[in-house]
Design a protein. Structure first.
Length: 228
């Protein structure tokens, strides 16, 4: 059985695929999320991207739950726009829709990932036979490390701390098969995909935590809930 952790990266997606005991870890890259998941052939997938889009709430209940838990790292939790805003191509119109529905605007950083939110949303509404759940790297790193890692993930200290944390859990970057890693991926993309694979392994063993514990569901029955 394989598990797969996924993060968005420049030009597409990066995936860390492994057995739940981390004996053999490979890294995949693809411009298509569906193709990446098919190539990973995993029964359990955790992706760092919103699943389940609220019609009226931004932030969603899961983002509120995670932000309140991540002391010192709340800024790492983005507010996902409401579904109607995500489905709108024009940024100005999307802001207006989001303001009317939730009272919140849409920061540029949140809008930048909207194309990937759309891609994932279409996929999870159609995929069969694979469990795909939403994760959050800073949340999973906090659980794996014992407390939130405050050093920025793009800093040398932040990267080294996260690499050390992964190694303590059996995910040693130097042993990974990186032959299919896209050259445009950043180190933090790889680390985020890897901690999502750690989370997927926990999910496969029913050892994960859920935020919030009781999921809210969107109009299509998708859970608005993060796992870690």
């Amino acid at each position: 059985m394989q598990v797969l952790g996924i993060d968005g990266c420049k030009g597409g997606w990066i995936g860390c695929v492994t057995d739940p005991d981390f004996k053999a870890v490979s890294v995949l890259s693809d411009t298509s999320l569906q193709r990446l998941i098919e190539r990973g052939a995993a029964a359990w997938v955790v992706v760092d991207m919103p699943i389940g889009l609220s019609s009226t709430q931004s932030p969603r209940p899961c983002e509120v739950a995670v932000a309140s838990w991540l002391n010192g790292k709340r800024a790492s939790v983005f507010n996902t726009p409401v579904r109607a805003a995500v489905e709108t191509a024009d940024y100005t119109a999307a802001i207006r829709i989001n303001l009317e529905a939730s009272g919140k605007s849409i920061p540029p950083m949140s809008w930048a990932i909207v194309p990937k939110i759309r891609e994932l949303d279409a996929l999870v509404r159609s995929v069969k036979g694979t469990l795909i759940r939403e994760g959050h790297p800073e949340l999973s790193f906090a659980l794996a490390h014992g407390h939130p890692i405050l050093a920025p993930k793009k800093s040398a200290l932040g990267a080294c701390t996260r690499i050390g944390c992964l190694a303590r859990h059996g995910l040693k970057i130097e042993t990974f098969d990186l032959s299919e890693l896209t050259p445009v991926a950043q180190t933090d993309d790889l680390l985020d995909a890897t901690i999502m694979a750690w989370t997927a392994a926990r999910l496969s063993r029913a050892q994960h935590l859920s935020f919030p514990e009781a999921a809210a569901f969107d109009a299509f029955g998708l859970p608005m809930q993060m796992v870690a």
